[in-house]
Write a protein of this length. Sequence first.
Length: 202
Amino acid sequence: MLDPAAEITRLKDLLPASWRMHTVIKSSLEQGQVISSTVSQPWQRTIKVMLNFALWGKLSLVERDLLLLREVSLRQQSSWLQVGPYQAITLFAGVGAVIQLNQTDFAGAVIALMLGLVSGWQVWRQSQSGQVQLQADLEAIKAAERRGYTEITATQALLEAIAHCAQIEGRTPSFMELLRSQQLRAILAESSTAVPSPSIWE
């Protein structure tokens, strides 16, 4: 079994500086997943990543690296604090509701709150979308390239890590994992004329 303290230190060093300062990595032997993380809340920036080291150690080093980068990338992608039109509308609606309440304009406050709820729902919906999941894989691969991995190596490792996690956790792959695997295979096909090695998906 891996030394949790040493592995956590290594993984923290792997993260880009902008991700590292907002990421906490902890051991969680009781969880059934190889890796999990907390859902980002609107008022939080810290990402808590939990690793089951009894399962984590069954993966290769490159698979572990790509899984961590992907998990943190996912939370970065789905952050409510990203600048966007719906985030801005939600913020202004909240401020507007407070101002209207201070002026005892209850009708205006209700309208502002309704606008905030609609835009907030759109932010949440975007954060849960399949596009965010797929984009997180691409960002993880880019981050891995900045750490010395080639695009092909990083992509292949992430593809194999998806399959290995399903095996280790004793479950069948989810629909989203199948979509992610399809995208990763497409990247491999574009990056190299070599045929990707077979996996349990095939």
